[in-house]
Design a protein around this ligand. Structure first.
Ligand SMILES: [Zn+2]
Length: 255
C-alpha cells in the first residue's frame, strides 16, 4: 500500500478530554481515509504559551502509542526567546519531534523578529522545517515567510496552508521566490490548488488536512477535494510520500 502522509494535523484539547493520551480514535479516522502517517502539530500551546511544555510531553506520549503513524512537531512563544529556544531544543534533542510550528497570527508574533532568525538556525541545526500557519494578515502572509526563508537558505520553511482562500497566488509566488519554501495543500479551494500545482515545483508540494484541531472530521472535505485534482501517479507519490519524507527527515522514522 502506498504511504499517504498528512503533513498538517493537530492533537487538539478536545481529543485529550475525550481519549486521554490514547490515539486509537484519532488513528481510526485517519485510516478511514487511507492516511497512513501524520505530522501532528500542537493546538493548546498556540493559544496559551504557559501550556506549551506540558503539551509537548502529551504529544510525545500520544505519538509514541501510534506505532510510528503519528510524528509530533513542537511550538514556542518567541516573546520569551531564551525559554523558547531552550524548550524547542529540549524537544528536538529527543529525536521524536520533526518540525517547529508557529501560528504567528494566533501567537501574536512577527516572523521578522530576531528571535525567529535564531529559531530558523536551530531548525537547520536539527534538520527539521519551520511550519507556519499562513494566509492570514497581518502576521501570517506567505511573502513574509519567503523573506525569512531567503535569509536562512539552510532552513526549510513550510507554508502550512498554501495561502488559504485568498492568498494562494502569493503562496505560489513565495514558493518560487526561494528554493527552501514549501507549500502544504491545506486550505485553498479547487482553483487555488490547481494554481499551485501548475506553478510550483512539484518537489516542494505537500498535502494536509488540519484534521484534529477540533472533533470535526477535517478529512471528509479535504480528501475528495484532492481527488478532483486528478493527480497523476508521479504527482501523488511526490505530494503524499516522497516530499514529506524529505522535508521532515522521516527516513527511518516511519514504521
Ligand atoms: Zn493547523
Amino acid at each position: 500500500m502506498m504511504i499517504r502522509i498528512d503533513s498538517h494535523t493537530h492533537w487538539g484539547r478536545c481529543w485529550s478530554e475525550r481519549d486521554g493520551a490514547d490515539p486509537s480514535n484519532w488513528l481510526a479516522l485517519a485510516g478511514k481515509y487511507g492516511v497512513s502517517h501524520s505530522l501532528v502539530l500542537p493546538e493548546h500551546g498556540l493559544f496559551n504559551a504557559g501550556a506549551i511544555a506540558a503539551e509537548h510531553d502529551l504529544l510525545e506520549r500520544v505519538c509514541s502509542r501510534s506505532q510510528g503513524a503519528m510524528v509530533p512537531c513542537c511550538t514556542a512563544c518567541i516573546w520569551e526567546p531564551v525559554e523558547a529556544l531552550s524548550e524547542v531544543r529540549r524537544c528536538l534533542s529527543g529525536g521524536r519531534f520533526r518540525g517547529i510550528k508557529f501560528h504567528p497570527w494566533l501567537q501574536g508574533c512577527s516572523v521578522s523578529v530576531p528571535a525567529m532568525d535564531d529559531m530558523a538556525d536551530l531548525a537547520a541545526e536539527f534538520g527539521v522545517p519551520l511550519i507556519f500557519h499562513d494566509g492570514t494578515p497581518p502576521f501570517s502572509l506567505p511573502s513574509q515567510m519567503a523573506l525569512l526563508a531567503q535569509r536562512h537558505p539552510r532552513t526549510n520553511v513550510i507554508l502550512g496552508h498554501a495561502g488559504l482562500f485568498e492568498h494562494y497566488q502569493e503562496a505560489a509566488a513565495a514558493v518560487r521566490a526561494a528554493d527552501n519554501v514549501w507549500a502544504c495543500l491545506c486550505g485553498p479551494h479547487l482553483e487555488g490548488l490547481r494554481h499551485l500545482l501548475d506553478r510550483c515545483p512539484l518537489e516542494r508540494l505537500l498535502w494536509g488536512t488540519d484534521s484534529g484541531f477540533g472533533l470535526v472530521d477535517g478529512l471528509y472535505y479535504r480528501v475528495p477535494l484532492m481527488d478532483l485534482l486528478r493527480l497523476n501517479d508521479a504527482q501523488a507519490e511526490a505530494i503524499y510520500q516522497t516530499n514529506p519524507i524529505r522535508v521532515f527527515g522521516l527516513h527511518g522514522v516511519l514504521a
